[in-house]
Design a binder for this molecule. Structure first.
Ligand code: NAD
Length: 267
């Protein structure tokens, strides 16, 4: 095949389900060698690898907790041992631990910040270090490395009952923009995608419940809940040279959720 990621190595963190899984499969379908990172549930990661191989792609599975520095270093070691170089990082792993602000424990706060924000710091830093090493003495007309960070509409929409999550995603917005500013002169591009409501395990309790799903649609002008492929296609574009002049940007993939839909029939 002649996909746009032919011979490129792509790390996808949290690739055993949901958006990460869709990104890994979509980019493998365009020629990428994918590193399928997972934290728990090896069987699910193996299913992703099977789908990658069905698409004619290649991949490896690497277990690592993105919030742990030594584990992240090992993830990169395993990647380089297998493929010798890195082209793209899709920094996707994330989770929620919900609680009302008044009841939230320090552990609940810390866990989400560690995985969603510190995890992105560790993974992007190692990717950038690797890109710099690879670029030494070489000239390139396009970016020497690309990173796409998984944020959320909650990087700008406040979210009562989920303050740890919203704080982590708000943090990603400025982490991403600041890294982009710092690394742009080295021809490394960093962007983010901010999904709205996409059908995955993270929000199963909402879309599985008819009443809750109906309420959710009121927040989505486009009148459908997103699917993981909606996000994977945008991630692939940001990770490709087609978006070479896009840097430090966030693409909202939300069916208009960030358009203040409650104002739409205000006469
Ligand atoms: P998901 O629960 O299906 O997937 C999350 C993935 O992250 C899983 O593979 C999980 O194993 C992995 N993960 C969790 N903790 C980890 C750790 N410590 N180390 C490595 N991997 C870890 O949910 P999803 O919806 O696919 O979420 C993926 C990302 O998308 C998250 O960052 C989430 O915040 C973001 N997001 C999702 C939605 C949505 O509507 N689904 C909306 C906005 C943002």
């Amino acid at each position: 095949s002649q996909g746009k990621f032919e011979n490129q190595t792509v790390i996808v963190t949290g690739a055993s389900s949901g958006l990460g899984k869709a990104c890994a499969i979509h980019m493998a379908g365009q020629g990428a060698n994918v590193v399928i990172n997972y934290h728990s549930g090896k069987d699910k990661a193996e299913e992703v690898l099977e789908e990658v191989e069905k698409k004619g792609g290649k991949g490896i599975i690497v277990k690592a907790d993105v919030s742990k520095e030594d584990a992240v270093l090992k993830l990169y070691e395993a990647t380089l041992k297998e493929y010798g170089k890195l082209d793209v990082l899709v920094s996707n792993a994330g989770m929620q631990v919900d609680a009302p602000f008044l009841d939230m424990t320090l552990d609940q706060w810390q866990k989400v910040i560690d995985i969603n924000l510190t995890g992105q710091f560790l993974c992007t830093r190692e990717a950038a270090r690797q890109f710099m090493k690879q670029a030494k003495g070489k000239k390139s007309s396009t970016a020497i490395g690309k990173m796409v960070m998984m944020s959320s509409v909650h990087d700008i929409i406040p979210w009562a009952g989920h303050i740890n999550y919203a704080a982590s995603k708000g943090g990603i917005l400025m982490l991403m923009r600041s890294i982009a500013q710092e690394l742009a002169p080295h021809k490394i591009r960093v962007n983010a995608v901010s999904p709205g409501a996409i059908k995955t395990a993270i929000n199963k309790d909402v879309w599985e419940d008819e009443e809750k799903a109906k309420e959710l649609l009121k927040l989505i002008p486009y009148q459908r809940i997103g699917v993981a492929e909606d996000v994977a296609k945008a991630v692939a574009w940001l990770a490709s040279d087609e978006s070479d002049y896009v840097n430090g940007e966030t693409i909202y993939i939300d069916g208009g959720m960030t358009l203040y839909p409650e104002f739409s029939d205000n006469g």
